[in-house]
Design a protein around this ligand. Structure first.
Ligand code: NI
Ligand code: MN
Length: 227
């Protein structure tokens, strides 16, 4: 059994794991680098890290079409209730045994306001332990923080990290994150969607691979890594 992680562009991910389809932060409509349409994606669960429009994206429409459960913080879960969408509320530091694996919400240094002005609670990252024991850390939108070292102590097989700068960690801090997390493999995301987060992911990959033991996968939207 393995887990297939597909990058759809920006921060949107698809995970096929344990017989379930997971979407993470499905901003597809209006995403200039997106590889799929919200009408064609499959979802049993949608993981929503925070309320910003470039993460919330098509969450409500996809959840209604697919009957997916949205897993997110308590505040965003309450907002999903008002939209008529099924959700499972967790909070930072808390994990739960879902049918697809054990999912823990992690710290993220960022904001979480919703596009309609509603309070979105604190933003989160995700640490997934798959059914076959693989650890996948999705930092989501965050600045660098020292407690990434604690997350790294769990033994990370794959880390998905923002490198775009301006709104999140940039290349220098994302490299420092890799040094704390010590993942076996890394996927950079949250860059090149807009001019303000333009980066050279291949140059970043060279730096990471020369200064750490991590293998970097620079993906085109729609490409996958299997762990
Ligand atoms: Ni954000
Ligand atoms: Mn973002």
């Amino acid at each position: 059994m393995s887990t297939k992680v597909t990058w759809f562009g920006h921060a949107a991910l698809g995970l096929e794991t344990g017989g379930f389809n997971l979407l993470v932060d499905p901003f597809l409509t209006g995403n200039p680098v997106c590889s799929i349409s919200p009408e064609e994606c499959e979802a049993d669960f949608i993981l929503l890290s925070h309320g910003h429009g470039d993460h919330l994206g098509d969450t409500v429409a996809i959840a209604k079409r697919t009957d997916a459960t949205v897993i997110t913080n308590a505040e965003l879960s309450g907002w999903m209730d008002k939209q008529g969408v099924k959700s499972h509320a967790q909070h930072l530091g808390g994990g739960y045994n879902h049918p697809f694996g054990y999912l823990k919400l992690t710290l993220a240094i960022h904001g979480s306001g919703l596009p309609d002005g509603s309070y979105g609670g604190n933003p989160a990252g995700f640490l997934l332990t798959t059914q076959d024991g693989k650890k996948i850390y999705m930092a989501c939108d965050t600045g660098l923080f020292g407690d990434m070292a604690l997350i790294g102590e769990e033994g990370i097989d794959l880390a998905v990290l923002p490198i775009g700068d301006n709104y999140t960690m940039g290349p220098d801090d994302a490299l420092r994150a890799v040094k704390m997390l010590e993942p076996a493999e890394v996927i950079p995301i949250h860059y090149d969607t807009f001019d303000v987060i333009a980066q050279d992911p291949n140059q970043w990959a060279q730096r990471v691979e020369s200064e750490t033991n991590a293998k970097v996968h620079v993906l085109e939207p729609g490409e996958s890594v299997t762990v």
